[in-house]
Design a protein around this ligand. Sequence first.
Ligand code: RFL
Ligand code: PHB
Length: 389
Amino acid sequence: MRTQVCIIGAGPSGLLLGQLLHLAGIETIIIERKTKDYVLGRIRAGVLETGMCNLLRKVGLGTRMDAEGFVHDGTLIAAADRMFRVDFKERVNQTVMVYGQTEVTRDLYTARETAGAPIIYDADGVTLHDVTTDAPYVTYIKDGTEHRVTCDYIAGCDGFHGASRPTIPSSVRKEFEKVYPFGWLGVLSETPPVNHELIYANHARGFALCSMRNQALSRYYVQVPLSDKVENWTDQMFWDELRRRIPQDAADTLVTGDSIEKSIAPLRSFISEPMRWGRLFLVGDAAHIVPPTGAKGLNLAASDVHYLSEGLIALYHGDGDEGIERYSQKALARVWKASRFSWWMTSLLHKFPDQGDFGQRIQEAEIDYLESSLVAQTSLAENYVGLPY
Ligand code: RFL
Ligand code: PHB
């Protein structure tokens, strides 16, 4: 098989890139290790920046998102016995959209199927070859047979555990990593959200977050030690712990129910440089991971896709290779800023085992400052709604 751009991974990065390229008349084949149902079964991001919403509208996928998503003008920060609001609209005249990654991905699958563009599922042993030559190719095994896709360029959209990043020799790659000493235990439940806006809570027992997917589907998280096992957390234990960590009014009105998904995610910051090697481009989680505090992961994947699609479209339309030459540099500049923000929000809101009395007081002072300073709130708002592409 031959195509112009071979995309590894049918997560949100790969699907969005495929759609932008398709609309520009560029052929793609997407190769995915899992099935569509498996990808749709992963409960992940919930908050979209304006830039990502605009990209979805650009590929014709704004209708359902604009009808079913919730526009949020601000968020609540709770600490000890108080709670305050950061008003995005007032501070930076922008908003975010609450529309789940599952729905974004579902819409992208529908668009690709409507376009009749290929996705190969259940592909094992995906291997990238000759990526520093002008004739790269990808091999994979399906139903016991090896297949080959030759192409002009490869987009590595295969997430943190994919095959693309390790293709870049370790002598070329520089990796930066910070592993946090806790995880997030997340629960999805068919209950009305406790509040119409998100509540980020700093509590002596650890961080908690109240989020949502729609009016009948809530998403909650509590910080847990990395040693905790999800099977030891009953639903009742989860609700009791969440109630302890959120403000009294919210705890009193929280509606609980059976969890329909429960999992523990470790928190890490990770960036691999460069994001381009020869004709291979890394996109999204394949190149970087942020802790979920601040909701940046999926949104960073979208800004990578924006830069890469612009570069490839310019190239195929005869407008030069500057865009792809500068891809890594442009994408990384935004990645580092979003990583800084996610690290800062994580540091502000979690209990660190080694934080000590000094760290505790500094955290309290920082929250106090945020509550009392519109300048500090403006900085949070500017980053939360997303820095410009
Ligand atoms: P994905 O979604 O991991 O998709 C990669 C795809 O590649 C496939 N794959 C392979 N295919 C072929 N060959 C191989 N060798 C392969 N290896 C892997 C995989 O099966 C998969 O289908 O990466 P992508 O597309 O870059 O998207 C990134 C986002 O999924 C991720 O950044 C976000 O989910 C992060 N995230 C959040 N981001 C936000 O912007 N806002 C949020 O509110 C938010 N909340 C979250 C999150 C992530 C979380 N977890 C569990 C990590 C909350 C959580 C709890
Ligand atoms: C979510 O709804 O899953 C979510 C929202 C905000 C975050 C992280 C996760 O910062």
